[in-house]
Structures are given as C-alpha cells and as structure tokens.
Design a protein around this ligand. Structure first.
Ligand code: ATP
Ligand code: MG
Length: 252
C-alpha cells in the first residue's frame, strides 16, 4: 500500500568518519522495512559512496546521472535485498565530491518531492563540510553516530554546535555504535548530553546503542544485511529497539 503523506526524513551523520553510519543506515532501513515501513535510503556520501557495494549491487543509474544528466532522483531508485529502496551515489567521481551549491539544492528539492515512503534515511559523509551540513539541514531529524573514541564525541559535539549556531537547530538524536554493552552506550551518551546542556543549553535525545559484533564483518563478506543474515544476533535486537524508538520519538 502506498503512503500518501510526506515521508519523514532523517539523516545519519557523524563528525568523525568510520563510526558506522553506512552500516547503521542500511541495517536500520532493513529493520524498518521488516517492521512494515516503506523505506528509502539515499546514499549522500557523494564522492565515496559504498552502500551499493555493501549490498552487492552494481546500479546502472546513480545520483551522478541526476546531477550531470536529465534524470529525476525518482528515476534512479532501485530495490534492494534489504527490502528498502535505494538512491545509489557514485564512487571515485571527483566532481561529485565538490558539487556546486546549486546542484546540492537541486538534489534537495527533488528529495522533498519524493512520495510513497514512510521514511527516507540519508547516509551522509563524515564531518562538517557544506554538503553534509546541507543534507542535515534538509532532514527533519538528525541522527548522530558516536562510538567510544573521544574524538568521535568531540567531533559529534562540533557537528551539534555548528548545526545549532548556523541553522538554529536544537533537536538531535544520538546512536552509540561499536560498544560493549548497554551501560557503556548510555555512559557515552551521558557525556555528550552533559556537554550539550552545559555549553549549548539543550539536551540531546538517545535513540539507543549497537554493540560490536563479529556478525557485521561476516555479513559484509557475504554482501548481506547483518540483521537478515543473523536474525538471532545481539545487533538484530539492538536494531529492533532503535526502529521502535524512532517512531515512538516521532509521536512526541
Ligand atoms: N557494531 C559494529 N560491529 C562490528 N563492526 C562494525 C560495527 N559498526 C561498524 N562496523 C564496521 O566499521 C567499519 C566502518 O563502518 P561504516 O563504513 O558503516 O562507517 P561510516 O561511518 O559509514 O564511514 P565513512 O565515514 O567512511 O562513511 C565497517 O567495516 C563496519 O563493518
Ligand atoms: Mg559511510
């Protein structure tokens, strides 16, 4: 059944690279699709896209054909074995990493025109480049991923601070990834929440945690989604809880 209302748009972003954004985006999308939602993922890591590789697909049309061609974003959407749809980006195309502001604006306008989904997840590149900030601004909600490394926390705080000071945004949610257990996750969250309250004056929202699990590497080797290939794993439970938390959070 098609959804008529405008999709919720979430970005999955981070200050520091390599914290697990693409892993989280694709497995969260798979989980939400499993929970009956119609989900679209947009690979917004324009210069170094890799979601297609994680899924073992080789799309003929990508975001590049929208930016440098005449296609609409709708035309490059492809289905995936995760049960969600994907707007693939291209990798190793230098011009894509340095897109002009007008082109980013064009992608943003087209994304806002897309209907028929409950939720759109934008997997951004890392850092506070203009492209990443623009995608975060377009999204109604920003999910910031952090892990136990101090630099991931300080870089996440930098992201929150810039989004607040430049665009006035005050609502952010956090996922802790690659951690030992629930307790470590909530301690890491408490650190960044305390800093935000003290220096910016607003609290952050905690969406949940995902533990370090060796099924992640196994799934990547098989080019499968971990939550489908290992349905009884610890991370599959983590993703179900985050999936529910996202929609509970929206009700508030
Ligand atoms: N919870 C986890 N358990 C085990 N491995 C993980 C976990 N989360 C992420 N990884 C691994 O960490 C690596 C980095 O993850 P990923 O590519 O998703 O990060 P990213 O934030 O998207 O990176 P980039 O900033 O380069 O886009 C990958 O090899 C991924 O499989
Ligand atoms: Mg990534």
């Amino acid at each position: 059944m098609k959804t008529k209302s405008k999709p919720l748009i979430f970005s999955v972003t981070s200050g520091k690279g390599g914290v697990g954004k693409s892993f989280l985006t694709t497995n969260l999308a798979t989980t939400l699709a499993n929970q009956g939602k119609k989900v679209l993922v947009a690979d917004c890591d324009l210069g170094l896209a890799n979601i297609d590789i994680m899924l073992g697909i080789n799309p003929t049309l990508t975001l590049k054909d929208v930016v440098f061609g005449t296609l609409h974003l709708r035309d490059v959407i492809t289905t995936t074995k995760g049960g969600f749809d994907l707007i693939p980006a291209s990798s190793g195309v230098r011009e894509m990493a340095q897109l002009l502001f007008e082109k980013i604006q064009m992608i943003k306008d087209m994304l806002l025109e897309i209907e028929g989904y409950d939720i759109i997840l934008l997997d951004t590149g890392a850092g506070i480049s203009e492209v990443v900030l623009q995608f975060n601004l377009l999204a109604g909600q920003n999910i910031i991923v952090i892990n136990r490394e101090l630099t991931s926390l300080t870089d996440a705080y930098a992201m929150v601070k810039v989004m607040y000071q430049v665009f006035g945004r005050k609502t952010f949610s956090i996922i802790t990834n690659n951690i030992k257990d629930e307790k470590e996750g909530s301690n890491i969250f408490k650190n960044i929440d305390t800093i935000s309250q003290r220096f910016l004056g607003f609290p952050l929202h905690y969406l949940g945690h995902v533990v370090t699990d060796d099924v992640v590497a196994k799934a990547i080797l098989k080019q499968e989604m971990a939550v489908l290939a290992f349905p009884h794993s610890h991370i599959t439970t983590n993703f179900s809880q985050i999936g529910k938390a996202i929609f509970d959070w929206q009700k508030h």
